[in-house]
Design a protein around this ligand. Structure first.
Ligand code: GLC
Length: 534
């Protein structure tokens, strides 16, 4: 194993705070709700939590529009609640990562308010990207960049200048060439590290710097060479942050949200003096198909080995289509630019494959991310009434993309009807409606059922913690029948995944540790995965 540190093998559970558990009855998840569910997370067997943004925010993009980086949004609680939560999580043996959103802030942030109040050319505007427009009266945006949420990446202000936002207009891009911006975020890191936060998930980690002159991208841009992502200058920022993280007695860690088209670009963020780890979106986007999966696993292990970083595995998050749904479709890949909402889905097939995928990812070397609800087998909610949709993608795409709300529906905990224990009795309705069919997906209904997704995750995480995390960061492929992937870790453990439609033979073993489907006549059923002791 290259170096050590809890984060190299951690199972990290992603909390989408607005949808995890509501303590105060307003229909939105919060810190009080999360604190009351810490025993659940401890019993699940994860090592750490990653919380999506908890800072003060007008919530134009679910908190990814931060107005005060040093305080907690009242929707979630107070700074004192955050400190209590950190202490209680640590008492339960859970580390805590929180989201840091450095690429942009909220249009309600005092810096942006000051920039708007100042005239063109004023230093207050230099923390952002203000530019005059093109055309005789500046009526056209300064360049041709498009927002990731749809529409132009520029909005015009009253005095005629335009400002850049790669996401919603309420998320103005910060100018990372500005020394004050850098100093501010270094201070924000220390602020939270000093309060006991164990690390940060870095939002849009590839986006902070822009090519000078902000050149047009043109009609057919090369995705590996865009002027608004993966600029060489970002690496210097992360080197500075790494030295801050390393200065703590119990060193703090970073996981980067690095969406880039090539692994050569991606892996540079993981050099030993930069980020500790990054999400493996190549794996998340990969088809549930044996050759593609095997190739992605090999690529992942090879590239991470180059820089000594631990590989990571992730199936779903708050921006994607839940994999129970994806894996039940004909096209099982994920594409950020085309979510294929409403594509035909076979829910039983998706569920079986999701069980197999859980065992596959939990057995691979490195770190693993579990998105809240993965462990309950939740599917994407594809029928949220259009007038209830909150994701800015819906409006920005001119109602062509329903966006990400379908994977953000509040969790079902107990009971037979909404809000399924998400909020205390007599509360406001959950901020997104829950499907009535979730009565069979609650924690309460799955706990006593040995064949449930929840029990599968619990058992797998327990076995992983006991016997897998100490194994080397490598795998050895075993020969297997067509459409079956089989690998060994160390001398005594093997994982076998059957991607075919017929039962598969298992290699010789001394003990069947866990299976996603019961064996039939000693064979591993279609879409099944098994863990074996050798
Ligand atoms: C990241 C977040 C996403 C957010 C965007 C803008 O991709 O995961 O939810 O909308 O950044 O901050």
């Amino acid at each position: 194993m290259a170096g050590n540190g809890w984060w190299r093998t951690a199972a990290i559970y992603q909390i989408y705070l607005r949808s995890f558990a509501d303590g105060d009855g307003d229909g939105v998840g919060d810190l009080a709700g999360l604190r009351s569910r810490l025993p659940y997370l401890r019993d699940l067997g994860v090592d750490a939590l990653w919380l999506t943004p908890w800072n003060v925010s007008p919530m134009a993009d679910g908190g990814y529009d931060v107005a005060d980086y040093r305080d907690i949004d009242p929707l979630f609680g107070t700074l004192a609640d955050a400190e209590r939560f950190l202490a209680e999580a640590h008492e339960q043996g859970l580390r805590v990562l929180v989201d840091l959103v450095p690429n942009h802030c909220s249009d309600a942030h005092p810096w942006f308010r000051a920039a708007l109040a100042a005239p063109p050319g004023d230093p207050a505007r230099e923390r952002f990207w203000f530019r005059p427009g093109r055309g005789p009266s500046g009526e056209r945006p300064p360049n041709d960049w498009r927002s990731y949420f749809g529409g132009p990446a520029w909005t015009r202000v009253a005095d005629g200048e335009w400002y850049l936002h790669m996401f919603a207009p309420q998320q103005p891009e910060l100018n990372w060439e500005h020394a004050g911006v850098r100093a501010e975020f270094e201070d924000v890191l220390r602020f939270w590290f000093d309060r006991g936060v164990d690390g940060f998930r870095i939002d849009v980690a590839h986006g902070l710097m822009k090519t000078p002159g902000l050149p047009d991208v043109g009609a057919a841009p090369d995705p590996a060479d865009l002027p608004y992502q993966d600029h060489e200058g970002v690496h210097e920022i992360y080197r500075a942050w790494r030295s801050i993280a390393d200065s703590y007695e119990d060193p703090r860690v970073f996981v980067g949200e690095v969406w880039l088209p090539t692994t050569a670009q991606f892996v540079r963020y993981l050099r030993p003096d930069e980020l500790h780890s990054a999400f493996n979106f190549e794996f998340l986007c990969c088809a549930w198909e044996p050759n593609a999966i095997r190739k992605t696993i090999d690529d992942t292990l090879d590239t991470h080995r180059l820089v000594g970083a631990p590989p990571t595995w992730v199936l779903s998050n708050h921006d994607t289509i839940r994999h129970v749904t994806r894996y039940g479709r004909e096209d099982t890949t994920f594409d950020l630019g085309n979510r294929r909402h409403g594509a035909f889905t076979d829910p039983a097939l998706g569920h079986r494959r999701a069980r197999a995928a859980a065992l596959l990812t939990l057995s691979l070397p490195g770190g693993v991310y579990v998105y809240q609800g993965d462990e309950l087998g939740l599917a994407e909610v594809e029928d949220i009434p259009l007038d209830r949709i909150q994701d800015p993608t819906w409006e920005r795409s001119e109602h062509t993309d329903r966006g990400r709300d379908g994977c953000r529906v509040p969790l079902p905990w107990s009971g037979t009807e909404p809000p399924f224990g998400f909020s205390p009795p007599g509360s406001a309705q959950p901020w997104l409606p829950q499907p009535p069919a979730w009565s069979t997906r609650t924690v309460e209904s799955q706990e006593p059922d040995a064949s449930s997704m929840l029990r599968l995750y619990r058992e797998a995480l327990a076995i992983r913690g006991e016997r897998l995390v100490t194994l080397p960061e490598s795998i050895t492929w075993l020969t297997s029948d067509d459409g079956v992937l089989s690998f060994r870790r160390g001398e005594n453990f093997a994982c076998v995944a059957n991607f075919t439609t017929t039962p598969a033979r298992l290699p010789a073993h001394t003990e069947l540790l866990l299976t996603s489907e019961p064996l039939a006549g000693g064979l591993l059923p279609a879409d099944g995965c098994a863990w074996l002791a050798l």
